[in-house]
Design a protein around this ligand. Structure first.
Ligand code: MLT
Ligand code: ZN
Length: 474
């Protein structure tokens, strides 16, 4: 450690106390690798503040010393945004001890939470107050709300409630120079100039550190019905979505596309996952309709809509969950697809979106490119059909050479993302940029937009200490 590094560690101990600063290799290890194991960084220390004042002091100190700061939440991101670089000169700032729900206002349908609160903890608090926090992610047992907002997380209820940014009423943010932006408003209407707080949503910690947020709540869900339906093809799935939206007064909360191979991978690799239907089909949807009215009509409504779609040939077979256990089993199948992919071996991920109506055409073009050009891989394309967002992933084909398969990632990614651009889509619909997609952003972002992003970055963070090298090149 250099003398300057030692000096900074000593200063951090003054601010945070000895237990608030981790420096040994064993203590720091969990903060230095992303959960996909794509990056293995090093850090001069891991700071673990307990208060906003401490975050402010830490940032002011790093800003003065020109030390890069890498905010770190639940470490569930897909693009390496929370992992420091390999220099050993950056500080990891963990928000995990800033984990208090500050208040919950049921009458205002809002709650204020520290950044380090686990998403599941907030969902439970809302539920206890007869309210609903709709952000729903496979990682909700460990991801933190600060990270969810910094990455503008998506998940399986975007179709009805929007992305993480749509659930934010207010934010508290510590700026790189240590100033605290208090924009923790609980207002639904506040039309007073630039919406500064929105810039931190999706900025992945490159402009400042989100320390707390006011989140929107909704009426508690009291009647929910979930089904797993085999569909004739992807256009049939989209036609079914339109029917369900109409039949349910637009109360479809999830509509997830699942290919046959995902059923095979999850039933093979994940305990207690079984195929909900008797026979194999090419495509399925997991759909859910939900209401705050405890009338117990959702199951009938969903059953009737699926029955009609079956009669019309859109749906080939379906299983409607009859109880909470069956519902959880259907969700387990869907949510364990990423884990099953991981267990199956090497994989390439493409988190793409195109306009919903263009998805069938995109799938035809992109799949035929994969079968003709990515011979080492097989397609595992699934995801948030209702949002036009698919995880157009590939797994190494049985018997393929995993190293060769992975080495082909740039070529495959380029072809898929170029096609996405042709369709007016996004190369990163919900997983953000992090470190992984910086080059892609440079290639696909509009030049004017990229200029503005760089201008915002230097206005907020003139010394470039916030999460250097993430989103934008350092
Ligand atoms: C999902 O929807 O399961 C996730 O966003 C993860 C993935 O890309 O596999
Ligand atoms: Zn997803």
């Amino acid at each position: 450690m250099t003398p300057a590094g030692e000096e900074l560690r000593a200063r951090l101990r003054e601010i945070l106390g000895a237990e608030g600063v981790l420096t040994t290799a064993a203590d720091c290890a969990p903060y230095l690798t992303d959960h996909r194991q794509l990056y293995h960084g090093a850090a001069l220390a891991v700071a673990r503040p307990r208060t906003v004042a401490q975050v402010s002091q830490v940032l002011a100190c790093c800003n003065a010393a020109r030390v890069g700061v890498v905010p770190h939440g639940g470490n569930t991101g897909y693009c390496g945004g929370a992992t420091p670089d390999e220099s050993g000169r950056q500080l990891v700032l963990s928000l995990q001890r800033l984990n208090r729900i500050r208040s919950l206002d049921a009458a205002n349908y809002s709650l204020v939470a520290d950044a380090g609160c686990i998403l599941g903890q907030l969902q439970q608090a809302a539920e206890d107050a007869e309210r609903y926090l709709p952000l729903t992610l496979g990682s909700q047992g460990s991801c933190q709300i600060g990270g969810n907002l910094s990455t503008n997380a998506g998940g399986t209820s975007v179709l009805r409630y929007g992305m993480a940014r749509d659930l934010v009423l207010g934010l508290e943010v510590v700026l790189p120079d240590g100033r605290v932006l208090d924009a923790l408003s609980a207002l639904r209407k506040d039309n007073t100039g630039y919406d500064i707080k929105s810039l931190f949503l999706g900025a992945e910690g490159t402009l400042g550190v989100i320390t707390a947020a006011t989140l929107k709540l909704f009426p508690k869900v009291r009647d929910v019905a979930t089904a797993f339906a085999a569909v004739a093809d992807v256009p049939a799935a989209l036609a079914l979505l339109a029917r369900l939206r109409e039949a349910s007064s637009d109360r479809v909360s999830s509509f997830e596309l699942i290919p046959r191979i995902a059923v095979e991978l999850t039933t093979r690799h994940i305990a207690h996952v079984t195929d909900p239907l008797d026979r194999a089909h090419d495509w399925y949807v997991l759909c859910e309709v939900a209401s705050s009215h405890a009338a117990d009509v959702m199951e009938e409504l969903l059953g009737n809509a699926l029955g009609a779609a079956l009669a019309d040939g859109l749906v080939l077979d379906a299983a409607v969950a009859r109880n909470e256990r069956e519902r959880a089993a259907l969700w387990r199948l869907r949510e364990s697809i990423p884990e099953a992919q991981r267990k199956d071996g090497a994989s390439l991920k493409h988190d793409i979106a195109v306009p919903v109506a263009a998805l069938p055409d995109f799938l035809v073009r992109a799949s035929s490119w994969v079968s003709a050009n990515a011979l080492q891989g097989r397609l595992v394309a699934y995801g948030h059909l209702g949002d036009g967002n698919l995880h157009f992933n590939l797994n190494a084909a049985p018997g393929a050479d995993a190293r060769r398969f992975l080495a082909d990632a740039p070529r495959v990614g380029r072809a898929i993302h170029d096609l996405v651009r042709e369709f007016g889509g996004s190369f990163s619909a919900e997983h953000g940029i992090g470190r992984l997609k910086v080059e892609e952003l440079e290639r696909y972002a509009d030049a004017v937009e990229l200029d503005l992003m760089r201008a915002v970055k230097s206005a907020f963070d003139p010394h470039g200490i916030m999460n250097p090298g993430k989103v934008l090149r350092a």
